[in-house]
Design a protein around this ligand. Sequence first.
Ligand SMILES: Cc1ncc(COP(=O)(O)O)c(C=O)c1O
Length: 210
Amino acid sequence: MLVQDNRLTLPSDQDASGRTLGETEIQFLSEAIRSGTLTSTKGTFVKQLEQDFSALIGVKYAYACASGSAAVHTAIAAIDPEPGDEIITTSITDMGALTPILYQTAIPVFADVDPRTWNVTAESIEKCISDRTKAIIVTHLFGNPCEMTEIMALANARGIPVIEDSAQGFWPPITANPLAALAVLGVLVCSKANTSRLEKAELSPPTTMP
Ligand SMILES: Cc1ncc(COP(=O)(O)O)c(C=O)c1O
């Protein structure tokens, strides 16, 4: 969030100011296109991105997907819910984080958000847990981190896997460590909101992003 004229404003993908995409990205794009190999299995850029990303955020595996929705879908498919299993999620999120639950025949159960942070809390998640709960999705809304210590303690005590949806910011400046590396499965989207972090970390090459 930005403070302008003493008012909080939300970032907009319609506003190009602050973007730092430039010659380096064009150079990598041109290199990828000229290589003639645009598949992720034979090309080298996606593999490099995955390796650099897992090293950057300190996880064993990172897989690039075509979109955030595809990444959430992949994470839920890995959890493999039975029809009618419940997946606890947040009441404020993008549709792309909800449709994969339905695609996988599970039922979204909406935990309340804290009116101050707009994020789910361990307390609101706990109220939604049932014997059909198969997973918990937490979303760091607007890049504002959820209370992961409490949430992971709750989930670990019950053996419920947590999917961390960091599509709106995986490493906000207020946290020392990256988000999305705290839960069993993390989802990241490399959008305007977090490319500056990537550049700071000198992750290369910034090419076709999940
Ligand atoms: C929290 C959250 N999850 C998932 C998605 C889906 O990402 P995509 O639009 O890349 O499919 C978004 C998109 O804005 C999002 O904000």
